[in-house]
Design a protein around this ligand. Structure first.
Ligand code: FAD
Length: 286
């Protein structure tokens, strides 16, 4: 079975996260997305992952994009899947469908709790239950989410890592992290995971910043700390969009170089469906 990490060479694995554009697959946004991904092909990605809307709100679109990417790219396509508002039956059908498409990898998530949790099925409360379910129902390679600064709702980082351990014990075999801008959180996180006997690859999530308001929105959503050095770095450039993009490329390049020195097996880029910044960072580091 085609697994993301089956190739045991020392080559750094590159992967991209994209999200399904709002309109249908024939829309201009989808065409643009394919063009952007085509520009990133030269870096030989090992995997492209496709997000799944909160509470499954863009279920069909997510799968439509997965199908389109399968037709257009030879690399592994990994759908994200959230369980918080799904029934076991729904998930079973979903698993059958993706396996019929020869998908071999899935990112198993709980998803954010919707404001009205009562509208949800009660089959799954946490991602470890989904991992357990998928592991028992399929032979898919299961990726899970990790949070170097702790999940925003977790009691503390130690409890969150205990939960992560459970996801791995239930069958998770690779971790993709939440984005972060201070590598020290990632290094410490890897150390704590090793202490808990979490011995699977921990792939850091990297977001090359392209604008300031996006930065504020993303960090307030996911709880990533903005280090003082980063704010100072961007202050110098904040009057021009083009300069901010350059500063973002410079910052992410340094971040990636240090992560490579640390010995990461791969880098997962939050592309936000755009190729330019990711492409420039990759040209700098490869
Ligand atoms: P879990 O691992 O279940 O953790 C959720 C919370 O519950 C944590 O605070 C954890 O510490 C706590 N917890 C877990 N088990 C227990 C327990 N037994 N007792 C007490 N507390 C417990 N969201 C989307 O909607 N769509 C996406 O496509 C998507 N992609 C993502 C990709 C990555 C790489 C990452 C890092 C996140 C992504 N998310 C996505 C966000 C994710 O769905 C949210 O962060 C969600 O709130 C948690 O999902 P999880 O799978 O990490 O949940």
């Amino acid at each position: 079975m085609k697994k993301f990490y089956q190739d045991k060479t020392d080559n750094l694995k590159i992967s991209y996260e994209i999200f399904p554009p709002k309109n249908d697959t024939s829309s201009s946004k989808t065409k643009q997305l394919l063009e952007e991904l085509n520009k990133l092909k030269q870096f030989k990605p090992s995997l492209i992952s496709v997000t799944y809307g909160a509470g499954g709100s863009n279920r069909e679109k997510s799968l439509d994009i997965v199908k389109l990417l399968l037709k257009n790219f030879e690399t592994i396509i990994m759908p994200h899947f959230t369980c918080i508002c799904s029934s076991k039956d729904y998930i079973n059908n979903y698993l059958k469908e993706i396996q019929s498409l020869n998908i071999t990898n899935i990112l198993a998530l709980r998803g954010d709790e919707p404001q009205d949790i009562n509208v949800c099925y009660k089959d799954f409360t946490y991602a470890w239950q989904l991992v357990d379910f998928i592991h028992n129902q399929s032979d898919l390679n299961i990726a899970v989410a990790g949070y170097p600064e702790g999940h925003p709702r977790a009691k503390n980082l130690a409890c969150d890592i205990e939960n992560l351990k459970k996801k791995i014990d239930m069958g998770g075999n690779i971790i993709f992290t939440q984005l972060f801008f201070d590598n020290d959180f990632y290094y410490k996180f890897c150390e704590l995971c090793a202490k808990e006997n979490i011995n699977v690859p921990i792939i850091p999530g990297v977001l090359p910043i392209t604008n300031f308001s996006q930065l504020e929105r993303m960090t307030s959503m996911c709880g990533a700390t903005l280090p003082k050095g980063l704010i100072e770095h961007f202050e110098k450039y904040k009057d021009s969009e083009e300069d901010i993009q350059k500063a973002g490329i410079e910052y992410a390049t340094n971040q990636c170089r240090k992560l490579i020195e640390f010995g990461v097996g791969g880098l997962h880029f939050y592309t936000l469906n755009k190729s330019h910044s990711t492409s420039e960072v990759l040209k700098n580091i490869l």
